[in-house]
Design a protein around this ligand. Structure first.
Ligand SMILES: [Zn+2]
Ligand SMILES: [Zn+2]
Length: 242
């Protein structure tokens, strides 16, 4: 914990957001991806549950002709995986999108596909979450050190960037993070070695989870923002599948 006024400020921020983030930092995998995945799912569930016919939400869908490809399929997936939603809501939304698409073709107009509303919301949430984590990191680092959490490479970079004016804390994060990655690497090696016909070692569940764990550590969880980011990495900008 840093000393002085700043330290006191950090302490006073141990509010519900801090406690919520701490829970995410106790889970396996990237805690920031986890928060974003939950946010993304909750938005979709909320739309399907009570905003299918809301004109303002429908307007947001129309801006991109039904979200980006990734999020359109997520809406379908969430609807299909919960009998509470079923096909009616998602069908109603995409009947409207299809109708607008046909009308624009018949009028000879070019089809407008703006930025996906849900991509924009998740991007804002990501910025906010990184900021909230950085502000409380003196407190969260302990949960990070003790848990199975491993920040994905994208969110590690973003957090390190936010901690650049606190080199001691950033250094500690780097040390813990590299140790976690090395542990993951050893577990993966042990799992791979168990496939050797001479091996008598019985891999554990943890060993098996090192395969998706390694992918998550490098690429993040399979959420829209990571897929779009990976697609445009190095080009200096980010946009959806539109
Ligand atoms: Zn992540
Ligand atoms: Zn999207």
């Amino acid at each position: 914990m840093s000393a002085g006024a700043d330290g006191a400020g950090v302490k006073s921020k141990m509010d519900t957001i801090g406690l919520y983030l701490k829970e995410a930092f106790k889970e396996p995998g990237c805690p920031i991806c986890r928060v974003l995945e939950k946010f993304e799912n909750e938005w979709i569930e909320n739309v399907l549950y009570e905003h299918v016919n809301s004109p303002s939400v429908r307007k947001k869908f129309l801006e991109s002709l039904g979200l980006c490809t990734y999020h359109a399929w997520r809406v379908r997936h969430v609807a299909a995986s919960n009998p509470l939603y079923g096909p009616l809501g998602v069908g109603t939304i995409y009947e409207h999108m299809l109708r607008v698409y046909i009308e624009s073709l018949e009028k000879g107009e070019s089809v407008k596909r703006g930025k996906c509303h849900l991509c924009s919301l998740v991007e804002e949430k990501e910025m906010r979450t990184i900021e909230e984590v950085a502000q409380r990191f003196d407190y969260l680092i302990e949960a990070y050190e003790e848990s199975e959490a491993i920040l994905c490479s994208y969110h590690y970079d973003m957090l390190m960037e936010r901690l650049r004016d606190r080199p001691e804390l950033a250094g500690k994060l780097m040390e813990i993070h590299v140790r976690k990655l090395k542990n993951l690497h050893s577990t993966l090696r042990r799992y791979l070695d168990s496939f050797d016909y001479r091996s008598t070692y019985q891999p554990t569940k943890r060993d098996m989870e090192s395969v998706p764990g390694s992918i998550e550590a490098l690429k993040g969880r399979p959420i829209g923002i990571n897929i779009c980011r990976a697609k445009t990495r190095g080009k200096g900008k980010r946009f959806g599948f539109i």
